[in-house]
Design a protein around this ligand. Structure first.
Ligand code: GLA
Length: 387
């Protein structure tokens, strides 16, 4: 892939790139919609991701080009005008990163050209946007030799989503894409940002990624709505409890104080976040003790909670997860990421992978009208230079 992007760079910009980088995508094993509630998440970076090749220019122009969106052509802007521009489409993720980097690093004083190519399926909830943010930040760090640590870059990526793009996402995606480690998942406490690398060892089982191939719509507004509902539930609990986040309390405490939340929807949202946080801690323990069956059951419970209490699954994700759960050799399955569309994951015995794909494809296609896709990928390192 790198060679063909290099060739393309030379054709488009009539020069050779000087810096190459790669940022992965991610799956989340469990701990969904907990990262803006101060809870635990358990994601892993994956080998699908975004390549970026760059070179400094002599002027203040920034030109970006994506081989995934060739129809959009070269998107150009000036180092001195980095405001969000709807016409700049996907390049706004890049512009946002540049804007916040320039604010902290005046040494970014000339323009550059970047060519991107990614192999994360679009809209698949595998974090293609965080991947492009991080690969861009990494390239700029390398081009200008910035003293920029990974965590700061991660926080800049989140700030781009929150303040520039307008999605109030948590820190999970950028964190695992910035700090991921091959063959490991990360157990991250989003309340404190303390984290542990946990071997992603599943014995005879593997993680299958199943894509609904559903076009996402309204995901961002529904995401922001869920976050607002959690905040409202927190405010209700704070009438009696001194807590900063929903996930500061356990399920037993929640049950004692849930009468404070009079809005039925907000109550369900809080119940999901708080129970999911407990499941995530348990899942970490199960995985560390090679208790794969119990780990799989937690995946199923997570999906059910996301379906009934958090209401972010929908027919496509439910069909994937529930069909997978019914197949011999599958220990558990759940949606992964924000939900509404995108992907689910299944923990499946390596001898049952074919059966899983065949049965899920048959049931899904009959019910939904088109086929799902499957991916088997290794767990990868975080963003890195390739030269
Ligand atoms: C998206 C967001 C994350 C997280 C997940 C849900 O991926 O970017 O911050 O909230 O949804 O767990």
């Amino acid at each position: 892939m790198l060679e063909s992007i290099k060739t393309k760079f030379a054709t488009i910009f009539d020069s050779e790139p000087t810096h190459y980088a790669f940022a992965p995508g991610r799956i989340n094993l469990i701990g969904e919609h907990t990262d803006y509630n101060g809870g635990y998440v358990f994601p892993a970076a994956i080998e699908l991701g975004t390549y970026g090749l760059a070179r400094k220019r002599e002027d203040n122009k920034i030109n970006v080009y994506s081989l995934n969106f060739e129809e959009k052509g070269i998107i150009s802007f000036d180092l001195n005008n980095l405001a969000y521009d709807e016409n700049h489409d996907w390049a706004n993720y890049v512009k946002g990163v540049i804007k916040y980097l320039v604010a902290s690093f005046p040494s970014i004083n000339q323009g550059f050209d970047i060519v991107y190519e990614g192999n994360i399926p679009n809209g698949a909830s595998l974090s293609s946007s965080a991947s492009i943010e991080l690969v861009s930040g990494w390239l700029i760090k390398s081009l200008f030799d910035l003293e920029l640590d990974r965590l700061t870059l991660v926080k800049i990526g989140q700030k781009v989503e929150n303040n520039y793009i307008g999605v109030n996402s948590g820190i999970m995606d950028q964190f695992v894409i910035g700090l991921g480690k091959s063959e490991h998942a990360i157990l991250l406490d989003t309340g404190t940002l303390k984290y542990d690398y946990v071997p992603a060892y599943f014995g005879d089982y593997v993680i299958s990624i199943m894509n609904t191939n559903k076009r996402r719509s309204l995901t961002e507004s529904k995401y922001n709505e869920r976050r607002a509902e959690c905040e409202a539930a927190l405010a209700s609990l704070q009438q009696e409890l001194t807590i900063e986040h929903l996930c500061d309390i356990d399920v037993a405490t929640f049950e004692r104080y849930q009468y404070l939340i009079d809005n039925a929807t907000n109550l369900k949202r809080a119940r999901h976040a708080i129970s999911e946080n407990e499941r995530t801690k348990q899942a970490h323990e199960m995985l560390s003790n090679n208790q794969f069956t119990a780990f799989g059951q937690l995946l199923n419970d997570s999906h059910e909670s996301l379906k009934n209490d958090y209401e972010v699954t929908g027919l496509e994700l439910d069909t994937l997860a529930e069909t997978a759960q019914s197949i011999d050799g599958v220990l558990g399955a759940r949606m992964t990421g924000a939900g509404f569309a995108g992907c689910a994951i299944a923990l499946v015995h390596k001898d049952s992978v074919k059966a899983l794909e065949q049965e899920v494809t048959a049931t899904y296609t009959e019910k939904i009208g088109y086929a799902p896709s499957f991916y088997h990928v290794n767990i990868s390192d975080g963003v890195k230079s390739l030269n």
